[in-house]
Design a protein around this ligand. Sequence first.
Ligand code: PAF
Length: 291
Amino acid sequence: MLIAHSIPELRHLLRHAQRPAFVPTMGNLHDGHLALLAKARELGDVSVASIFVNRLQFLPHEDFDSYPRTQADDEAKLRAAGCDVLFAPRETDLYPEPQTFKVVPDAALADLLEGEFRPGFFTGVCTVVMKLFSAVFAGKPEGVAVFGKKDYQQLMVIRRMVQQFVLPIDIVAADTSRAEDGLALSSRNRYLSADERAQALQLAQALRALGTQALAAGHSPAGTPASALAELESAALAQLSAQGWQPDYLTVRRRSDLLAPQPGDGDGAGSLVVLGAARLGSTRLIDNLEI
Ligand code: PAF
């Protein structure tokens, strides 16, 4: 595996690549990231992973400083997984001056759910991803980038960005990787105490229960009156709170635009997703389930 720290180094290493396949990460790699890389390796002629903890997507009170940085471990995992090129820029390589130009995503998609609870998050994500895309793909006829469905809204925002800026990059979605008990793999899982880890599956269970109830609510969720769906969502929030969580949202949305299903949407089967975000102790976890 070759390693580049600066954009010129990276472009030099990729000079012969025709279709780079890219996995952007913030490091602290787990099997979920490695599954993205495995997919990338099938889809391009050179596989590229990046590790960069992007300050722009953290709010001042969030965990930028304490975000786990495990570079040596990550490099070993990527090497063992057959990654061709690692891009691991320092902050000054990616942001040599304050990043005053930003990519601001469509508020209709980016200001709800995660965007409501983490204002500016998707502007930070889009800005760094655009910059990483420019570093990896500039001058290439085509490319592919793989994103996990665990960050469902992020995947949708990036897809729209690529579509609207007409970037010649295929955005490929990979299913969420889960631990044996079903907990979605996340770098933030390492913040959980043993007790919290044992409890952490309750978020996925709450999503599954909400999805099942919504589908069983007399007719499909898309045909369920908004008030009935809102009642199910409130009950799910209350139950998770009673289990000791501080939930931000648990909600059934359309996969197409992440808005609430509308009565005219048809039967809704296969077109909805249940999304949730909640804090257990000081750890904020997100998960989702397509229904
Ligand atoms: O999903 C992540 O790890 C980050 O949001 C990303 C896409 C690497 C941008 O910093």
